[in-house]
Write a protein that binds this ligand. Sequence first.
Ligand code: B12
Ligand code: SF4
Ligand code: SF4
Length: 313
Amino acid sequence: MNAVERSDAVKRRARALGFDAVGISSLEPNAHADELDHWLAAGYAGTMAYLHRQAAKRAAPARIWPEARAAVVTLTNYLHEACDPERTPGPVPRVAQYAWGTDYHVVLGGRLERLAAAMREVTPGSHTRGYVDAGPVPERELAQRAGLGWIGKNMMLIHPEIGSFTFIGIVLTDAALAPDLPFEADRCGTCRACLDACPTDAFVAPHLLDARRCISYLTIELRGDFSAEQRTMVGDWLFGCDVCQDVCPWNVKFARPTTAGDLAPRAAPAPSDLHALDEATFHQRYGDTPFQRPGLAGMRRNAAAAAANRVGR
Ligand code: B12
Ligand code: SF4
Ligand code: SF4
């Protein structure tokens, strides 16, 4: 098989494994490395110190694994409830849709391992390394370069037919594969719905997010107590935030709920239960869900903030 035939074979195997879209990217230096440097220097990463440590590898993905020659980039649709900007939001406090099911690191980790095994079958003697979220990989950048969509003003990778409620999963390989053409078009046009809808004005400019103001950062990544301002900022959200995706016309028009059984919704912790739970029980019930990241203390803090915001309204 030549490189083009190998690429086609890998993509067929990826689709058969349930990935909603797949493309192949080369590992040249990141064209937007300067944006990442400025973003870090401005302090927008807040307490996410690991992003500083990973910066050199994100700027030059070939440094992640010097033998790697290509990245197979996958998208997995995780939308559960179709976007309708007119809809009154469901039960409060709210949970971002990516966290409605089992932790995606677990679900996608398994699927990516199966894809990696298929890739090694397609190119006998080759080696692979899989990444989803955790790792020094510029995932959105590689997805855009693999032809899977453009990076919207809200910084999400938007696929023109699936929208942005997708997880990105990547397998690096030392096999030679033919890369896809990058997705060059910017289909945001004059729209700025996401920038205007963000409840905390977290966008300093299009494509520029001050994570310290983002509800997702505050409820998931930040440790310790909220300041009074942070507590007010999280509004009705118990975990994560979907506002800048819910209002995006590409999601409203094209995103459709997933049918993947392994991503099916599970019950989120009820705020009233959080106070009664001990660490062991929390871990037993939610150890394989995204709620494990902030842990019981973080979830209690979030629930208290959301409750205080409802009373204060
Ligand atoms: C740190 C992080 C966060 C932080 C910071 C988010 C941010 N916007 O940077 C916080 C905690 C706030 C966060 C929130 C969310 N996150 Co997050 N996060 C990450 C993580 C680990 C690193 C991102 C990063 O490096 N940020 C720094 C910025 C500067 O880099 P960047 O986002 O890669 O952006 C690059 C491009 O935008 C490019 N660029 C800049 N300008 C321009 C202009 C043009 C025209 C182009 C083409 C490119 C371009 O340059 C940047 C640097 O290379 C990635 C996983 C990964 N390894 O990449 C997931 C990831 C980005 N997150 C993801 C998700 C799902 C979310 C949330 C939706 C979760 C939620 N519902 O609460 C929100 C969305 C918030 C938002 N609007 O971005 C998904 C996004 C999938 C997708 N389809 O885009 C990822 C890829 C995880 C995954 N494997 O699926 N996240
Ligand atoms: S996830 Fe929410 S808080 Fe964060 S940028 Fe988007 S709309 Fe703003
Ligand atoms: S809401 Fe509009 S500006 Fe924002 S990402 Fe979607 S299309 Fe682009």
